[in-house]
Design a protein around this ligand. Structure first.
Ligand SMILES: [Zn+2]
Length: 91
């Protein structure tokens, strides 16, 4: 069976010598203010679409809230992420 990355036979996608090794140790954080709720919703959806297209393996969350609640909502989202990381570690 041919390798799904380079099309050559004799190895598979896991052992392909042409596979580019990437360090997935980066994260991205963005804050945009001075926008309306519908704009926030649309930007958030598009960020999720672009994320799926460029880095389907990437995990993350977006937080949209009135500016006065943003810090509180970010803390909530980060607490949920921490919990899910701990759950994975215990499995
Ligand atoms: Zn290959």
């Amino acid at each position: 069976m041919a390798c799904s990355i380079c099309g050559e036979s004799g190895h598979n996608s896991k052992t392909c010598p042409k596979k580019v090794r990437q360090n997935n140790d980066y994260a991205l954080w963005t804050k945009i203010e001075g926008i309306s709720e519908p704009e926030a919703r649309e930007i958030s959806h598009r960020i999720e679409d672009v994320k799926s297209e460029i880095a389907p393996h990437g995990r993350g969350t977006t937080v949209k809230a009135p500016i006065k609640n943003l810090n509180k909502e970010i803390k909530k989202a980060l607490a949920i992420e921490d919990q899910s990381d701990e759950e994975k570690q215990t499995k």
